[in-house]
Design a protein around this ligand. Structure first.
Ligand SMILES: [Zn+2]
Ligand SMILES: [Zn+2]
Ligand SMILES: [Zn+2]
Length: 108
């Protein structure tokens, strides 16, 4: 009788230890992983007139809250819809002087 009890015990202990180990690993690995490799990082888009951060979805929303303005050299400049007038002035200035667009400093 005592012999059967002895063989049953180690099995239980083993499976319990196994479970603890897998639990610990998944919890840690998820948190520590930093987002994506270099190539996956997308450049931030900011309004050239006010510097506000623009999400890519803002250009495709209905109605859109951001738009791409194109200068005479076919360069694209992102801007809020609300900043349209100011952004156009900046681009016009750039096209007139040939200098880079004087973008507002980016903020979040
Ligand atoms: Zn803006
Ligand atoms: Zn940003
Ligand atoms: Zn231009």
């Amino acid at each position: 009788m005592s012999k059967t009890r002895l063989t049953a015990r180690p099995e239980i202990e083993l499976s319990a230890a196994k479970m603890q180990r897998t639990k610990r690993l998944t919890k840690r690995e998820r948190k520590d992983q930093s987002p994506g490799p270099k190539g996956q990082q997308q450049a931030h888009i900011h309004c050239i007139a006010c510097g506000r951060h623009l999400d890519p979805q803002e250009f495709t929303a209905n109605p859109p809250t951001a738009k791409q303005l194109i200068c005479e050299h076919q360069s694209r400049f992102p801007a809020c819809v609300d900043c349209d007038l100011l952004a156009r002035q900046l681009i016009a200035e750039h096209d007139r002087t040939g200098k880079p667009v004087q973008q507002a400093s980016a903020w979040h």
